[in-house]
Design a protein around this ligand. Structure first.
Ligand code: ADP
Length: 605
């Protein structure tokens, strides 16, 4: 048989006898298989090695032609993989056919191998690309949804599940309108119209609805999807949740409104000290407009003798510290100085790095003036009280001396009534003397004192109790105390406190029981709280504040002696040490006078 036509055919062709032994092959078969088979030796196939599509090696006696010669069927279009001796591989589809003689007896077979490598590779690439795409879509942070032109949802990724609350099974095949709040339904036809004209919709900001009915702010980017012929068949949407951004924007707007309307000057600067923002309050306070000052160094506001403050403030800010109520002087545009209180906080960027500072400056000129006035008034008052009490002593002494002389020298010439009156004069003078000495003691407390020492409260208490031993004995009072701490305070001042409080506890005892007095101290946050507890007559609630006032008494001198200055002195002492004094009491059962002495600040005296 002549093989002329087969010889030049660009498709691999070979022929075997009934045993499967090769009787013919063409050039294309050599080219495809990468080898020159041996006629009469090679059996079943021209290829070197054969595999099934999944990569399992296929022995040659199971190759398509072997099966065909055994009478088996080979489905058309089956695909096989083969390897050439040089290691390269190719895909092919075999087309085997039986050769029979006139009697119909099988004499052999002819096989045609169609090279499908290019098609297979292209298909592979497309499959890989599709896989990659779906992996990207699945792992995207954005919700990615596609729909056809009827608005039916055709795909739905993981982020869409998270964002809207529907699973892919629940929503695919449903209308996109399910996600749109009723008042926004008109948006959809508009979007579809734009898509149909081939347009893309970019960052369309709107509101959509979750499965649970809640609304969410989103930004949509929608692109038309085309079929291979270029016709638009649907749309893909990328949905970004902008709820957070929207909230941040709202907060930023609110914040800037607050900053704008604040009466305080709010200024920000970078770490080089260049002013970067300036509100209305700052304009009013310093006299510069924002245009004039932004971009200028903050040092234009600082008087020359305070310039060293700035580097120190910057150092603290860089360390992440906040500077609170720093009182200083600043300079207005017109050169005048003003007292301000600065609160400065570091400003951080998104990564948490400190990039600048925001300052709130409050004008405290008025407060400073008022403080100075109060200080002056207080000094005047003290001076007055001191000289008054001092000068009063002189005439008082005359009253005392002459009433005494009168009693001694002329006593026998006076009748009973005159003597009684003279007695009143003398006791009045004695009482006045007491008042004056207490008033002097009170004015004395206001002298500012530096505390260098710390006092052992146990020792102070012992000294006081020793001095009071007479009245303790007389009253039968039982006085106990816990172990007390050492505190930064003048010993004499603590003694004055104990003296007054324990003295009162004895004085205002109840006749119905043995007076019991207990002194204790308890540590609290910033210092110590002392308590002087008694079981005396107690104080009615409405007088709890009043008893600390100067000359405030709840009793007459006939009932209880006293001037009404003792507790006022106690309050003055405690306040000098930045502490507090108060009373807790149950009328008829007793009182607890408590005072605090802060440890940290007490040392500023
Ligand atoms: P004085 O004792 O000289 O009157 P104080 O300033 O020491 O002045 O006290 C003011 C008033 O507070 C007293 O008149 C008294 O009525 C009341 N008081 C003070 N201590 C006690 C106490 N421990 N129990 C009951 N009342 C008290």
């Amino acid at each position: 048989m002549s093989h002329d036509i087969l010889d030049v055919l660009p498709v691999a062709v070979y022929i075997t006898d009934a045993e499967g032994l090769l009787t013919y092959f063409n050039d294309a078969a050599v080219k495809l298989s990468g080898r020159t088979p041996q006629i009469g030796v090679d059996q079943w196939c021209v290829t070197w090695k054969l595999f099934l599509p999944d990569g399992t090696p296929l022995p040659h006696h199971e190759c398509p032609i072997a099966i065909a010669l055994r009478g088996g069927e080979i489905a058309e279009g089956r695909e096989y993989l083969a390897e050439r001796p040089d290691g390269t591989r190719f895909w092919f589809s075999p087309y085997p056919a039986m050769l029979r003689d006139d009697q119909g007896k099988i004499t052999g077979a002819i096989n045609l191998l169609v090279d499908i490598t290019d098609r297979k590779l292209a298909q592979d690439k497309a499959e890989r690309a599709a896989l990659l795409l779906s992996a990207i879509v699945d792992s995207s942070e954005d919700a990615i949804i596609s729909k056809d032109l009827n608005g039916t949802i055709t795909s739905w990724n993981k982020s869409a599940e998270r964002l809207f609350g529907y699973t892919a099974e629940e929503i695919i095949g449903k209308s996109i309108e399910q996600l749109i709040p009723p008042d926004r339904l008109s948006e959809e036809p508009q979007i579809i119209a734009r898509l149909q004209s081939g347009e893309r919709v970019d960052h369309f900001e709107t509101i959509r609805r979750r499965k649970d009915g809640t609304l969410l702010d989103i930004s949509l980017t929608i692109s038309p999807v085309r079929d291979p012929s270029g016709r638009i068949v649907g749309a893909s949407k990328i949905v970004r949740d902008t709820t957070e951004t929207k909230r941040n924007e709202r907060e930023a707007r609110l914040l800037s409104a607050i900053v704008d309307f604040s009466d305080d000057a709010i200024v920000s600067k970078d770490l080089n000290g260049t002013i970067t923002s300036w509100n209305k309050g700052a304009e009013q306070l310093f006299g510069y407009t924002a245009d004039e000052i932004i971009g200028k160094p903050v040092t234009v506001l600082i008087p020359p003798d305070r310039l060293d403050e700035e580097p120190r403030i910057i150092e603290r800010l860089k360390a992440g510290d906040r500077v609170d109520h720093f009182e200083t002087l600043r300079r207005r545009k017109d050169g005048t100085l003003l007292d301000i209180s600065l609160t400065i906080s570091p400003v951080r960027d998104a990564k948490g790095r400190i990039v600048g500072a925001s300052k709130i400056a409050r004008d405290i000129s008025q407060r400073k003036r008022a403080e100075a006035e109060i200080r002056r008034a207080n000094q005047d008052l003290e001076q007055f009280a001191f000289s008054a009490s001092h000068d009063l002593q002189e005439p008082l002494r005359s009253v005392k001396i002459y009433s005494e002389l009168l009693a001694r020298r002329c006593g026998d010439r006076l009748d009973a009534q005159a003597l009684e009156f003279l007695g009143y004069v003398r006791s009045g003078a004695t009482r006045m003397e007491l008042l004056i000495s207490d008033l002097l003691a009170y004015t004395q407390v206001s002298k500012r004192e530096r505390v260098a020492e710390s006092v052992d409260a146990n020792a102070a208490l012992s000294i006081v109790l020793e001095g009071m031993s007479g009245s303790i004995l007389e009253s039968g009072a039982r006085i106990t105390s816990d172990s007390l701490p050492a505190i930064p305070m003048h010993g004499a001042r603590l003694q004055q406190l104990f003296q007054n409080l324990i003295g009162n506890a004895i004085k205002y005892r109840s006749n119905e029981r043995i007076p019991k007095i207990h002194i204790s101290a308890e540590r609290h946050g910033e210092g110590w709280t002392f308590t002087v507890l008694d079981n005396g007559i107690g104080i009615a609630p409405e007088y709890k504040e009043k008893v600390f006032g100067l000359f405030k008494r709840l009793h007459t001198s006939e009932e209880y002696s006293g001037t009404g200055i003792g507790l006022a002195i106690c309050q003055r002492i405690v306040e000098q040490y930045h502490g507090r004094i108060w009373v807790e009491s149950e009328p008829g059962r007793g009182s607890a006078f408590r005072f605090t002495i802060p440890v940290s600040r007490a040392s500023d005296g």
